[in-house]
Design a protein around this ligand. Structure first.
Ligand code: CAA
Length: 253
């Protein structure tokens, strides 16, 4: 970590050096927040490269390593972050992975890895900051779900289950902390142009895009914009909800 302590709102974005996460970091920093981009220790090189870019742009974005699948790692990172910045006011749980396979081919480790990173991380990370938010009477929590948590997706029993779980967590926690000035919401992106979607075989990807009414994938900053709305002070009455940003791929209410 490189920046110094600050009186600004402090935002932690897990998966903060990834495609959607780094766009969220930029957006929140442009809105005047001190941002910390969480990243997995294995992403050190990417994290340093992002940090250099952000510094050059003059954005207040720091980086902090932790494994969101591991409670102790999250606790150690939270200790460092709160020692340096004093608090976390805004938490965006964005870290996520895929291990796409039909259930017949899926191995227990494919199931477990996705559940750990995409769902259990919400417990591991949020647990570290919820008491501080409650004590200070302010918090904004945004959990990144997925269109595929709402509609299911061929080849993603693990991911669809985890992402549906993200919203269950969101609805329950929203009720627990509503009277403490903390809002908890989820955002369900559709297909977004990132490394994750580039890994989909080209023919399958083209078939998916053909089903999207907007006829294209989203850009990461189109997701970041909606996340930043939920993180704003003025979104105080929006809680326990899910906002879809999917180009019309799955329309529901
Ligand atoms: N619906 C119905 N049948 C389908 C199908 C679909 N969507 N896709 C493939 N099939 C059929 C094939 O035609 C084939 O049929 P036959 O056996 O009769 O020929 C059969 O299913 C293939 O089954 P396999 O188990 O052999 O599947 P595979 O190994 O070829 O591919 C897969 C499986 C890797 C999961 C592949 O389907 C795939 O990559 N799908 C894309 C999954 C996806 O959308 N991932 C999103 C990643 S991005 C993300 O997750 C971000 C987000 O939030 C949106």
């Amino acid at each position: 970590m490189t920046n110094s302590a600050t009186a600004k709102k402090v935002a932690l974005v897990t998966g903060g050096v990834g495609g959607i996460g780094s766009a969220i970091c930029r957006e929140l920093a442009l809105q005047g927040q001190q941002v910390i981009a969480g990243y997995h220790p294995a992403e050190e090189k990417t994290a340093q490269a992002r940090l250099a870019e952000w510094k050059q742009e003059g954005l207040s974005i720091d980086i902090a390593a932790s494994d969101v699948a591991n409670f102790e790692s999250c606790a150690a990172s939270a200790k460092e972050i709160t020692a340096k910045y004093g608090k976390v006011d805004v938490l965006v749980n964005c870290a996520g992975i895929t291990r796409d396979k039909t259930l017949r081919k899926m191995l227990p480790e494919d199931w477990q890895a996705v559940l750990d990173v995409d769902l259990n991380s919400l417990f591991n990370v949020t647990k570290q900051y919820i008491d501080g938010m409650t004590d200070r009477g302010y918090g904004r929590i945004v959990n990144i779900s997925s269109v595929n948590g709402k509609k299911g997706q061929f080849g993603q029993t693990n991911y669809s289950a985890a992402k549906a779980g993200v919203h269950g967590f969101t609805m329950a926690l929203a009720q627990e902390v509503a009277r403490k000035g903390i809002t908890v919401n989820s955002v369900s992106p559709g297909y977004v142009e990132t490394a994750m979607t580039k890994a989909i075989p080209a023919d399958i990807s083209a078939a998916i895009v053909a089903q999207i009414p907007l006829a294209r994938m989203a850009q990461p900053d189109e997701i970041a914009y909606v996340v930043s709305f939920l993180c704003n002070d003025r979104a105080a009455y929006v809680t326990g909800t899910n906002i879809s940003v999917n180009g019309g791929l799955f329309i529901s209410f």
